[in-house]
Design a protein around this ligand. Structure first.
Ligand code: HEC
Ligand code: HEC
Length: 150
């Protein structure tokens, strides 16, 4: 009797394990463990130099150029070599806005605030990768139009 119970349990477990295996989405996809999958092509970074629309007024604008090898560390900040107040005349880059000079109490500092030093905390490049999940974001202007039409 005891043996029968154990055998049944083992079988039930194996069946559910096999089923679970079939339904789980993994990064490997359906490639076997002992095989190497062909890696997907790396998406290309958009380097068109064209400013993109912001989805809402406070959105950090996305970066319209490549930032490969742009070092940002304690000693140097490559982004500021174009985007700081002193450099924009030569670089033709938009200046970091005044909020980048404010400390957390709203005081204006002489130079970029440490809170805004690591640019890629907020600003990101865009690639031509396809979105992995859907997005239902609606622009506030469209939302207001819908309300007015009603
Ligand atoms: C060689 C000069 C240069 C460097 C270095 C540089 N940028 Fe730029 N950036 C520009 C220019 C010029 C533009 C204007 C659009 C264009 O021509 O690409 C721009 C545009 C932008 C914009 C878009 C602003 C807007 O209003 O839409 C952001 C954000 C930005 N850069 C962030 C960065 C960050 C973050 C770094 C560092 C990782 C960086 N940039 C490094 C020259 C530079
Ligand atoms: C904590 C988030 C944050 C960090 C860090 C940050 N930014 Fe921004 N940035 C923003 C936001 C939010 C905006 C849009 C609203 C505003 O101007 O404050 C912006 C706007 C900008 C703009 C557009 C300015 C304009 O007037 O059109 C540029 C260029 C820019 N940032 C560059 C940079 C660079 C270069 C760095 C690094 C030295 C940096 N930012 C760091 C959040 C950030």
């Amino acid at each position: 009797m005891k043996r029968l119970i154990i055998t049944t349990l083992v079988m039930a477990f194996t069946v559910s394990w096999v089923q679970a295996q079939e339904n789980i989405a993994t990064l490997r996809g359906d490639t076997n463990l002992n095989q190497q999958a062909t890696p997907p092509v790396m998406p290309k970074v958009d380097n068109e130099d064209i400013k993109r629309k912001r989805n809402y007024p406070m959105q950090p604008p996305t970066i319209p150029h490549k930032i490969d090898n742009y070092q940002v560390d304690l000693k140097s900040n490559k982004c500021l070599s174009c985007h700081s107040r002193k450099r924009t005349e030569e670089s033709r880059a938009p200046m970091i806005s005044v909020t980048h000079y404010m400390d957390r109490d709203g005081n204006f500092l002489a130079d970029v605030s440490p809170r805004r030093y690591f640019c890629s905390q907020c600003h990101v490049i865009q690639t031509d990768a396809k979105p992995m999940v859907g997005n239902e974001f609606i622009d506030i202007d469209d939302l207001l139009n819908v309300e007015q039409d009603q």
